[in-house]
Design a protein around this ligand. Structure first.
Ligand SMILES: [Zn+2]
Length: 191
């Protein structure tokens, strides 16, 4: 599949929204990606994640990990495509950790995946959680990269669709200034 064909899949499932949004990072944006609308279809999730897996097979990971909740399906489907196991990290009192008895061999090569990379913050937190559990992160993957490629981790990184958005600090947001109501898509409530 080409990048355009993959973007078309996201558009077809109404997963790319244009407007004025408050992201989970607190930044405001002119664009929001709701990957869950695509990933609710297991066959589509499997297809997209196997494309991502093919791009990152060469890093030689033996396990895949992702931050919950958004990354869980991506981790699971990428791991399925690569024949590896799938873990997820989650927040415990604000800190991203590996729970539920998940463990890594010392230095175990780990592929960290996400649905969307925007600021790279949750990816970075996941990398830290994996390292604290003894693993070694050898690659990063996401279905969508909204960062414009600006986020780097010092290991191979790949995404399926580059969908750069304009992100603003709330106090500098021109959409706020022009009086457009901001939507928090996760909860569907208005500011
Ligand atoms: Zn705004």
């Amino acid at each position: 599949m080409t990048e355009n064909e993959m973007l078309e899949i996201f558009r077809k499932h109404s997963a790319v929204l244009e407007g004025h949004f408050i992201l989970s990072s607190g930044l405001h944006s002119n664009r929001y990606i709701q990957c869950a609308l695509v990933l609710q279809h297991p066959r589509v999730a499997e297809q997209l994640c196997s494309e991502l897996a093919a791009k990152l097979r060469h890093v030689g990971a033996t396990v895949v990990a992702a931050p919950a909740l958004g990354g869980v399906i991506v981790s699971y489907e990428v791991a399925r495509a690569l024949g590896l196991r799938a873990l997820f990290t989650e927040r415990q009192e604000g800190t991203m950790t590996l729970r539920r008895g998940f463990s890594l061999e010392p230095g175990e090569p780990t592929l960290v995946v996400e649905d969307v990379i925007t600021t790279g913050l949750s990816t970075r937190e996941t990398v830290t959680a994996i390292e604290e559990a003894g693993g070694k992160v050898v690659g990063i993957g996401s279905l969508i990269d909204r960062s414009g490629g600006a986020v780097e981790f010092g290991v191979p990184k790949s995404s399926l669709v580059d969908l750069t958005a304009q992100n603003y600090k709330p106090e500098e947001c021109p959409l706020c200034r022009s009086g457009i109501p901001a939507v928090k898509p996760g909860s569907r409530t208005k500011k």
